[in-house]
Write a protein of this length. Structure first.
Length: 420
């Protein structure tokens, strides 16, 4: 893919938008001029938006004929994956795996699920890692390093393997065996350590070996400058399918996906394709909820103690400013859900044919926590981030064998509610 397609021009501080930096090198530790010991502010990638061709990118009718809800004409495009959106992404220098273009499944009238488990490593992280691995290639790094509970590490390992780069993954001591096998299949160096040691060891690895960090290095979460840009494509695809929804419910750990979805819709408005942005609701586990605390207390980020929860992918001890910005600017809410609510949503999704990780059901759980959805301003979208394959308990269930005769089979069928 020709890198000339990217319209990226530089990096801009979210702590002070008047501060900007060159596009290269990517700032992997946030804005160097606004951060303090207590809080770090991320940067975002800026673009020459005036050079973008909205009609070509989004396959829409002429801008002046787009209805106020932003619903586009759907003629279909030949290009799929992140390459389709290359002008509004950092240079895609690493080869892709066909990430993106995931389906929007209608759960009930007006309620949609954006199923990110259809990505190459079965999670939304593939959109991020296509961009972060491209950054590693762009700076000539000898490899990449990541601290992850599962999805991020597996995705980073896959994209590193695709680019021919080594990958070091610092993960927790209770790494699910299936995720461990997943990581090792890609040839990653997997290092389970105590949770509190992951980020300090990641920083040392980056400093001593020169590996490119594709996850967070700072006290409060900033993450990689290029990563959330890949998440914008979730918003682009939702818009292409149903226009601008009234609200999007997003499973939230550090808030990078949350920010990316919000930024994608703000760009659509900036390009004249719509006149509004949906409410972006964060959906955290009640066992932590640092973003909810930051918003409630008027802080740019917050630290919390993480309680017990099976939703390990979103049980974060710290939040970042990206999430605060997305929720506040969109008029959304910071929702917290307990494991029972997440499990109810997970079962509802399974009944609809979607097998999701418990953490991934947070989007639907957030919607259900508010009661009947208000569809007066358009549909709602719940993002589902990952496959049920990633859950902690996967592989522990064993179905009891049944004797090979009709009496035994019949009893099992009747127990399941089937008669005849």
């Amino acid at each position: 893919m020709p890198t000339e397609e990217s319209l990226a021009t530089g990096q801009r501080s979210l702590g002070d938008p008047a501060l900007d930096y060159p596009l290269w090198p990517p700032l992997t530790a946030g804005c160097p001029r606004t951060g303090t010991e207590a809080v770090s502010y991320p940067v975002e990638v800026d673009y020459a938006y005036e050079k973008a061709d909205p009609a070509a990118l989004f396959d829409t009718a002429p801008t002046n004929s787009v209805p106020t809800n932003g619903t586009p004409a759907r003629r279909g495009l030949e290009r799929r994956g992140l390459e389709r959106w290359a002008p509004l992404l950092p240079p895609l220098l690493a080869p892709g795996l066909g990430e993106g273009s995931t389906p929007l499944v209608e759960l009930e009238p007006g309620v949609y699920v954006k199923d990110e488990s259809r990505n190459p490593t079965w999670s939304h992280k593939d959109r991020l890692n296509r961009c972060t691995t491209s950054a590693a290639v762009g700076v000539g790094a000898p490899g990449i390093a990541v601290a992850s509970s599962g999805n991020h590490g597996a995705s980073a390992a896959a994209y590193a393997a695709r680019a021919g780069l080594p990958c070091v993954v610092f993960t927790g001591p209770d790494l699910p065996p299936n995720v461990d096998a997943f990581l090792n299949a890609y040839g990653a160096v997997v290092l389970p350590v105590p949770w509190e040691a992951r980020w300090p060891l990641l920083r040392q690895t980056v400093e001593r070996l020169g590996l490119h960090p594709v996850s967070n290095l700072t006290t409060t979460h900033t993450g990689h400058a290029y990563g959330p840009e890949g998440y914008k494509t979730v918003a682009y695809e939702i818009f292409q399918d149903v226009g601008v929804p009234s609200a999007v419910f997003v499973p939230t750990g550090y808030g990078e996906l949350l920010f990316g979805v919000w930024k994608g819709f703000t760009e659509l408005r900036r390009l004249g394709l719509t006149d509004r942005v949906p409410r972006i609701h964060s959906c955290e586990t009640a066992a932590s909820g640092p973003l909810a605390r930051a918003i409630a207390e008027g802080l740019p980020a917050a630290h919390v103690t993480v309680g017990p929860s099976a939703a390990y992918s979103i049980a974060s001890p710290v939040s970042g400013y990206r999430g605060v910005l997305a929720v506040r600017a969109s008029g959304g809410r910071a929702l917290t859900l307990d494991d029972a609510q997440l499990a109810d949503a997970q079962r509802e999704l399974a009944r609809a044919g979607l097998w999701t990780e418990l953490s991934s059901a947070a989007g639907l759980a957030g919607l259900r926590s508010l009661g009947a959805p208000d569809l007066s301003e358009g549909p709602v979208v719940c993002v589902s981030t990952s496959s049920g394959f990633k859950d902690l308990g996967v592989g522990t269930h064993r179905t009891e064998p049944v004797a090979p005769d009709w009496d035994a089979v019949g009893r099992r069928l009747r127990a399941a509610g089937l008669t005849g």
